[in-house]
Design a protein around this ligand. Structure first.
Ligand code: HEC
Ligand code: HEC
Length: 323
């Protein structure tokens, strides 16, 4: 504690070289000078103190038990968010109005508006559809949630057909006009051997098994009315194709047998009560754009880009599906 002994309180000495006072501490011959803080630093410090006082007065600051002091400006992060959301909504408004005013069939002819609609639909899809159809719209085919990226359509793949499916749902009791098809439960009608023969015939339609005379006969009598003789399915009745390798409920013989005995009758909710018509339109545009969108039921060329002329022509021809 040698330096304590050296300090002389009340008596200030000045360092000759710098003209600065000593603090009075000394350690091994080295003494401390009382250099003042730089002015710029001091003023910055005072400014931050002043700013913090102004801030506390203007903005929410001190936490209280259930809230915080409000600040005289009345600003809140929630209010700020709401304002920004409202602004974003306003910016989208003209696009919404243009989409609302554009007939769905002619939407693809306006490629810029179509692009906006697809983007809006993609956002809505993330919110409302991914839980069943998957993030990439590829579905969960084993569980009856169809892939929306392919050109295999149960209920039709034109813009207006997709829109109809979205508005009214599938086997959805919320709409009188819902898409409706009930495959009978053939397990109550046929014995195990007959179901086996049928399942083999179904798989033979996509070259996966050998059919038999019994199987072909039973199929023609009981199934072809909905699924068609060659198994191409019928979008008007909502009977899925059986001759492609795309399955709603799996393509193993056991899966097919189960479906024949006890069909699942999958349900898709309709969206007319939950989403506005423009959002539904945008969703239809998005699903249609996923790769398998059809132009018209008859003239669909899978994968081909329809030219604006073609779209306009098909729209004039009254391509409004079943709606
Ligand atoms: C609760 C689950 C569920 C949700 C949510 C759902 N879907 Fe579906 N969706 C289904 C099922 C199940 C089917 C197949 C019904 C059948 O067997 O015909 C289906 C079928 C479809 C089809 C018809 C496909 C075809 O081949 O004809 C389209 C289009 C479709 N969904 C789009 C959407 C869109 C867009 C959304 C979001 C707004 C959505 N789905 C939300 C369950 C759902
Ligand atoms: C009234 C029309 C109708 C009749 C008749 C019918 N089906 Fe179906 N079938 C459907 C519908 C609709 C589905 C969609 C799934 C569902 O509703 O469970 C389906 C689905 C299927 C599937 C599942 C396809 C997949 O992608 O996983 C198989 C297999 C099938 N049917 C076989 C048959 C066989 C075999 C018969 C005759 C014994 C038959 N169906 C008769 C309407 C019908």
């Amino acid at each position: 504690m040698a330096n304590d002994r050296e300090s002389k309180p009340g008596h200030s000495r000045v360092d000759e070289a710098t003209g600065t006072e000593f603090v009075g501490h000394e350690w091994d011959g080295i003494e401390e000078l009382n250099t003042p803080l730089p002015r710029w630093w001091l003023w910055t410090f005072y400014a931050t103190v002043a700013w913090s006082i102004v801030y506390v007065v203007l903005y929410p600051a001190w936490p209280l038990v259930n809230s915080a002091t409000e600040g005289v400006l009345g600003w809140s992060s929630r209010g700020d968010l709401e304002t920004r959301m409202a602004e974003a909504e306003l910016q989208r408004q003209p696009i919404f109005e243009r989409i609302a005013a554009t007939d769905l069939g002619t939407l693809p002819a306006d490629s810029e508006l179509m692009r906006q609609a697809v983007a809006g639909g993609a956002a809505a899809f993330k919110q409302h559809c991914v839980q069943c159809h998957g993030a990439g719209a590829a579905g969960y085919e084993q569980y009856g949630y169809p892939n929306l990226n392919d050109d295999d359509w149960i209920w039709g793949g034109t813009l207006s057909e997709i829109e109809y499916t979205l508005i009214h749902g599938i086997r959805w009791d919320g709409s009188d006009a819902t898409r409706m098809a009930y495959m009978p439960a053939f397990g109550e009608i046929f014995d195990k051997d007959q179901v086996d023969a049928l399942a083999n015939h179904v798989l033979s339609l996509s070259g996966k098994a050998e059919s038999s005379a019994v199987g072909a006969e039973l199929y023609a009598q009981n199934c072809a009315a909905c699924h068609q003789a060659n198994g191409e399915g019928d979008p008007v009745q909502g009977a899925p194709a059986l001759n492609d390798a795309i399955w709603l409920y799996g393509g193993d013989i056991a899966d097919v047998r189960t479906q024949i005995q006890a069909p699942r009758h999958g349900v898709m909710p309709g969206w007319q009560d939950r989403l506005d018509p423009v959002t539904i339109k945008m969703l239809a545009a998005y699903v249609h754009s996923r790769g398998g969108g059809q132009e018209t039921p008859a003239a669909a060329e899978p994968g081909a880009e329809p030219s604006p002329e073609e779209v306009a022509v098909s729209a004039q021809a009254g391509d409004d599906g079943q709606s």
